[in-house]
Design a binder for this molecule. Structure first.
Ligand code: AMP
Length: 504
C-alpha cells in the first residue's frame, strides 16, 4: 500500500485514533481523510487543469498537514514554507514555484487562502475528491526548497515513488521491536525541512500519532519540558543539535519521557559525546544515526549507536545503505574509490529525486545515471566527502564544497555571501565557519566596502539587522567584521583558510 492508501485504510479501520496533535488541537485518522478529501475537491475545482504546485505557508498548524494531503490527493505537489524565512525569500520561492494555489495560514499575503477561509472550506464543502486524481508513480509529491549557492533557493522534487520506497524502510527504522504500529512520534523540524518527512510520514504510515512542537515551545524550557512529557513520544526525530539543547535541562531524561524507545537522528554529525550522554539519560532507548540529503528523500543509511560502536569509532559512522540504495565513492577524476579510500559520496537508487524544480541546468550537474551493478540507477552527487569501509559502512568526512550545517540547517555559504552584497555599501563578503568538535558552531562574515566603522559592534549589529530582509535568522552570520581588504592566497583567490584562522 502507498502512503495515501494506508491513510485511507487507517481512516476506515482505526478512524477514531489520533493522527496529529499540536497544542490543544488534534485530528483523528477519520478527520484527516475527510477534511483532506474535501479540501482536495476544492483545489481540483478551483485549479482545473493547472497542475502547478500548491504552496503551504505556516508554522506547525495541523491544517498545514491537511493542505499537504489535499494537494497530493488533487494531483498536485505541495511546497511547504515556514515562517523562519524572510518575505523576500518567500517571494523568490513563490516566483520559482508559480503555484496553482497558495495557502497562507499566517495571513500575510493578499490573494492567498487564509486560515479562516480554509476552515470555512473544510466545514462547508462536503464534496470529496475523486481518488483517481491523486499524485502517483513518478509524479512529484512534494517540493522542498534548500539553500542554493547562486543566492536563491532550489526546489528538490520528491516523487510519490521516492516517498513510498523511503517509507518501506523508514517504518522499520529503529523500531526493531515487534510492535511497529501506532507509536507516538515527536516532530521537531519545521515542515519546510525534509527531516520532518521522517516523522510526519513514518508516523502516519504506521498508524501513529504525531506530536508537533512549535518554535515558541522549543525556545522556552518552561514550555518545552512539559510539552515533551505530554507528547508521550515513543519515537524521537530531530537533529542532534536539538537533543543537545534539551540536555541542558536536567529533567530531560527517561523519567520525563518513560515511553521513549528510539532516537532517530539525521541531518548533521551526531557526536560521540551527544550519543553517550543520551545513553545515560535514556538507558533503554535505541539511538539510530541516519544520513542523507533532501535530494535522496531524507535518509539512506542507518546504524544503531551502541557504547561499543562509540568506543571504537570517533567520529561515529553513518551506517549501511537502506534496501534500494547503492552507495559509491568517486575519486576526483570520477573513477570508483576502493574500500577505505575517501572521495565524494554518490547516492544511487529508488529514492533519488527527479531533480530541481524548473532548473534543468542544476539538475544536469548534480544528477546522472549510474550503471553500478549493471543496471541503470538514478544517482546524485552529494558534495559530501566520505569512505566505505570493508563492511560497506559509510563514514562521513565533511564537504567538498562550501556547504555547512549549522544547528541542523543546510546552508550554502555562497548563498549568504551573495545576499550580503545586496546591501549597497558591501563590495565583498566572505563567510567562514567557526568549528568546534567537528561541528559548525557559528559563522563570521568578513566584508569590505563603505566607510571604516567607528564601532565594530555597532557595525556588526546594523548589518545583521538589514540582512533580515534577505536571509532567515539562522543564515545571518553571528559576527560581521569590516576589513579594508581581504587576504589573498597565491592563486589570487580570497584566502578562506587564513580568515578561518582568524575566527578560531
Ligand atoms: P539536508 O538536505 O538539509 O538534509 O542536508 C543534507 C546534508 O546534511 C548532507 O549532504 C550532509 O552533508 C549532512 N548530513 C546529513 N546527515 C548527516 C549525518 N548523519 N552526519 C553528518 N552529516 C549529515
Amino acid at each position: 500500500m502507498n502512503i495515501l492508501e494506508k491513510l485511507y485504510f487507517y481512516a476506515q479501520n482505526q478512524g477514531q485514533n489520533l493522527a496529529i496533535r499540536s497544542g490543544d488541537s488534534c485530528l483523528t485518522y477519520q478527520e484527516l481523510d475527510l477534511y483532506s478529501g474535501r479540501l482536495a475537491n476544492f483545489i481540483q475545482r478551483s485549479c482545473g487543469t493547472d497542475k502547478s504546485p500548491v504552496v503551504v505557508y505556516g508554522h506547525k498548524q495541523i491544517e498545514m498537514i491537511l493542505c499537504f494531503l489535499a494537494a497530493v490527493k488533487s494531483g498536485r505537489p505541495y511546497c511547504p514554507l515556514d515562517i523562519s524565512m524572510p518575505d523576500s525569500r518567500i517571494s523568490d520561492i513563490i516566483d520559482a514555484a508559480s503555484p496553482s494555489m497558495i495557502f497562507d495560514l499566517e495571513q500575510k499575503r493578499d490573494g492567498a487562502i487564509s486560515l479562516k477561509q480554509l476552515r470555512d472550506i473544510l466545514e462547508n464543502n462536503e464534496e470529496m475528491v475523486d481518488p483517481a486524481c491523486q499524485v502517483k508513480g513518478d509524479e512529484t509529491f512534494y517540493i522542498i526548497f534548500t539553500s542554493g549557492s547562486t543566492g536563491t533557493p532550489k526546489g528538490v522534487q520528491i516523487t510519490a515513488n521516492n516517498l513510498n520506497h523511503y517509507l518501506e524502510w523508514s517504518v522499520d527504522l529503529g523500531t526493531r521491536r515487534a510492535d511497529k504500529q501506532g507509536k507516538s512520534f515527536l516532530n521537531q523540524a519545521p515542515f519546510s525541512f525534509d527531516l520532518s518527512v521522517m516523522d510526519l510520514y513514518t508516523c502516519l504510515a504506521s498508524g501513529g500519532a504525531l506530536y508537533l512542537l512549535d518554535k515558541e515551545t522549543q525556545m522556552d524550557f518552561k514550555k518545552l519540558i512539559p510539552a515533551l512529557a505530554q507528547s508521550g513520544a515513543a519515537v524521537w526525530v530531530s537533529t542532534p543539535s536539538f537533543a543537545d539543547m534539551c540536555m541542558a535541562d536536567k529533567k530531560f531524561s527517561a523519567d520525563l519521557m518513560p515511553d521513549l524507545e528510539t532516537f532517530l537522528f539525521c541531518g548533521e554529525t551526531l557526536t560521540n559525546d551527544t550519543a553517550l550522554k543520551l545513553m545515560e539519560r535514556f538507558p533503554k532507548a535505541v539511538i539510530m544515526n541516519t544520513y542523507g540529503p533532501t535530494e535522496s528523500t531524507v535518509a539512506v543509511t542507518e546504524i544503531q549507536v551502541t557504547r561499543q560502536l562509540a568506543a571504537k569509532n570517533r567520529p561515529l559512522p553513518v551506517g549501511k545503505a537502506k534496501p534500494g540504495t547503492l552507495l559509491e565513492i568517486h575519486r576526483e577524476d570520477g573513477s570508483l574509490a576502493q574500500a577505505g579510500e575517501s572521495g565524494e559520496i554518490i547516492i544511487a537508487g529508488d529514492t533519488v529525486s527527479a531533480g530541481y524544480f524548473g532548473r534543468p541546468d542544476l539538475t544536469g550537474k548534480a544528477f546522472f545515471t549510474s550503471m553500478k551493478g549493471g543496471q541503470p540507477h538514478r544517482a546524485y552527487r552529494t558534495g559530501d566527502k566520505g569512505y566505505l569501509d570493508e563492511a560497506g559502512t559509510l563514514h562521513y568526512e565533511g564537504r567538498i564544497d562550501l556547504q555547512v550545517k549549522l544547528n541542523g540547517y543546510r546552508i550554502e555559504i555562497e548563498d549568504i555571501e551573495k545576499n550580503m552584497i545586496r546591501l549597497e555599501e558591501i563590495v565583498h563578503a566572505v563567510v567562514v565557519p567557526n568549528m568546534k568538535d567537528g561541528k559548525v558552531k557559528s559563522l563570521t562574515a568578513f566584508v569590505t566596502g563603505g566607510d571604516r566603522p567607528d564601532s565594530g559592534f555597532r557595525y556588526s549589529k546594523a548589518v545583521k539587522d538589514r540582512l533580515k530582509a534577505f536571509l532567515p535568522a539562522y543564515m545571518i552570520p553571528k559576527k560581521i567584521v569590516h576589513m579594508e581588504s581581504l587576504p589573498m592566497n597565491h592563486n589570487g583567490k580570497v584566502d578562506r583558510k587564513k580568515l578561518g584562522g582568524m575566527v578560531r
